[in-house]
Ligand binder design. Structure first.
Ligand code: PLP
Length: 411
C-alpha cells in the first residue's frame, strides 16, 4: 500500500461504531460500568475498555493507532502538545545526573526546555551539527540519549538518521528524533534506525492550525540496559517494551498531559490529507525558493537548492523533497520587518505546517530566551525570515514575496 492509500485504508483505519467512517468524538471524562468487577477488570487491563480519559480515550486511541501505523512504530502515545511529547520522551528514560547530546540548531522551545531540565540535574551537551564525527567525542559515561531534529528548524540542516543511529547504538544509546518539520510523508525515521520519534501534531499532521498536540512513537526495538537506564529499572520484565509501558502506565498518566478527544479527532481528519498537502507544500516551497534565490540582496535557504546544507540528504533521505520551510536573509533586521509587513498573502503568525503560508522573524520571537551566541549557533540571524509555505497557488506566493522584497527600501 502506498502512503496516501495507507492513510485511508491502513490496518489502523477501522469501521467505527455504527459503521462510521471516522471515530466518534468521545468528549467524556469517565466511562461507566455495570459492576464493580467489570470496572476492576478494565483497571487491571484484564478486559478491554476505557476508565478515564486522562488514561485512555477511544478517539485519542484511534489517532494513536493511525500515526503508529504510518510511522511503523510499536506504540504511540498522544500528548497535550509537541513540547510535552518532547519533555516526556526524555523524562521517561532519564534520571538526575544523566546527559543528553543534541544539536544546536534545535527549535527554540526545545533549547529552553533543555535549560529547564538543568534544574533537575539533566544536562545537555550541544554539537554544532548532528554528525557522528561531532557527536562521538561528547559521549561519556553520563550520556543516556542522542536527540535531534530530522530537519532542524530554522537552520534547515538534515540529520543523517542511519549514521547517527548506528553511532548511538554502538554506544548503547537510543536515538530520539523530532520529526515535526519532516512529517511522516517525507520520512519514517524508525525505518532508518531511530528508536523513538516525536511530533508536534500541531503542525503538518493536524495541517489546518486548529489544535495543539504532540505524539511519541516507540519503535520498541531498543535493547535497554536496565542497570544503566535506571529510570526504567522497575520495568525489566517488559524488556524492549519497557519504555512504552513506563510511559503509558506511569509518567504520562501521572503527569497528566493527555491529548483532548476533540484534538485527536481534528488530527485524524488532518492525517487523511497529509500526503496531498505535503506534496503541494514541498513543491510550492521549492518553487518559491528557486524564484527568491534569483533576486538581488537575498540569501535563500531551502534543502531543494543546490549548495544549501541539506541538499544531499534531502535527495538521499527525503525522496528529493526539501520540506515546507524556507528561510531567507535580507541584510538587516529593519529590512526583514519591512518585507514581513508588506506581504499580502503570507500571514504574520507563529507556528508552521498550516494550509496558509506563515512568516515570522525568529530572532525577535521564537528565540527571545536564547543568548545571541545560541541564536547564531541555531542559524537564527537578525535579518532572517522564516516561511512555512502553504498550499496557495505558488504564482501568487512568488509575486507576493518578490514584490515585498523589491519594494523594501531599508538597506
Ligand atoms: N518541535 C518543533 C520542530 C517545533 O517547531 C515545535 C513548535 O513550533 C515544537 C516541537 C513544539 O510543538 P508544540 O507547539 O505543539 O508544543
Amino acid at each position: 500500500m502506498e502512503f496516501n492509500t495507507k492513510l485511508l485504508h491502513g490496518r489502523a483505519v477501522k469501521k467505527y461504531a455504527d459503521g462510521a467512517t471516522l471515530p466518534q468524538i468521545s468528549q467524556v471524562s469517565a466511562f461507566q460500568y455495570d459492576s464493580a468487577q467489570e470496572q476492576e477488570d478494565v483497571f487491571h487491563h484484564k478486559a478491554a475498555g476505557f476508565a478515564y480519559s486522562r488514561v485512555a480515550n477511544p478517539t485519542v486511541a484511534a489517532f494513536e493507532q493511525r500515526i503508529n501505523e504510518i510511522e511503523g512504530g510499536n506504540a504511540a502515545i498522544a500528548c497535550s502538545s509537541g513540547m510535552f511529547a518532547i519533555t516526556l520522551s526524555l523524562l521517561n528514560m532519564l534520571c538526575a545526573g544523566d546527559e543528553i547530546i543534541a544539536g544546536m540548531g534545535l527549535y527554540g522551545g526545545s533549547i529552553d526546555l533543555f535549560e529547564d531540565l538543568t534544574k533537575f540535574d539533566i544536562r545537555t551537551r550541544y554539537v554544532a551539527h548532528m554528525t557522528p564525527e561531532e557527536i562521538e567525542p561528547l559521549i561519556n559515561e553520563k550520556t543516556r540519549v542522542i536527540y535531534g531534529e530530522v530537519i532542524s528548524n530554522p537552520s534547515l540542516e538534515i540529520m543523517d538518521i542511519r549514521a547517527v543511529a548506528d553511532l548511538a547504538h554502538e554506544h548503547g544509546l537510543p536515538l530520539i528524533v523530532d520529526s515535526t518539520t519532516a512529517s511522516p510523508y517525507l520520512i519514517n525515521p524508525i525505518t532508518l534506525g531511530a528508536d523513538i520519534v516525536v511530533h508536534s501534531t500541531t503542525k503538518y499532521i493536524n495541517g489546518s492550525g486548529n489544535s495543539i498536540g504532540g505524539i511519541i512513537i516507540d519503535s520498541a526495538k531498543f535493547k535497554w540496559d536496565f542497570d544503566r537506564f535506571r529510570a526504567l529499572d522497575g520495568y525489566r520484565q517488559f524488556k524492549n517494551l519497557a519504555y512504552t509501558i513506563r510511559l503509558r502506565t506511569d509518567i504520562w498518566e501521572n503527569m497528566g498531559g493527555c491529548m483532548a478527544p476533540m484534538t485527536a479527532f481534528m488530527n485524524v481528519i488532518g492525517l487523511e490529507t497529509l500526503g496531498l498537502r505535503m506534496q503541494r507544500i514541498c513543491d510550492n516551497a521549492a518553487e518559491l525558493a528557486k524564484n527568491l534565490a534569483e533576486l538581488d540582496g537575498v540569501e535563500v535557504n531551502h534543502p531543494s537548492l543546490t549548495g544549501c546544507t541539506g541538499y544531499e540528504l534531502a535527495n538521499s533521505q527525503l525522496h528529493g523533497k526539501g520540506g515546507g520551510i524556507l528561510t531567507f536573509r535580507v541584510g538587516s533586521r529593519e529590512r526583514a520587518y519591512e518585507v514581513i509587513n508588506s506581504l499580502k498573502y503570507a500571514v504574520r503568525a507563529t507556528s508552521l505546517g498550516d494550509t496558509r503560508t506563515l512568516v515570522i522573524h525568529p530572532a525577535s520571537t521564537l528565540y527571545i530566551r536564547s543568548t545571541q551566541e545560541q541564536r547564531i549557533a541555531a542559524g537564527v540571524y537578525d535579518d532572517l525570515i522564516r516561511v512555512s509555505v502553504g498550499i496557495e497557488d505558488v504564482s501568487d506566493l512568488i509575486e507576493d514575496f518578490t514584490n515585498a522584497i523589491r519594494t523594501a527600501k531599508t538597506a
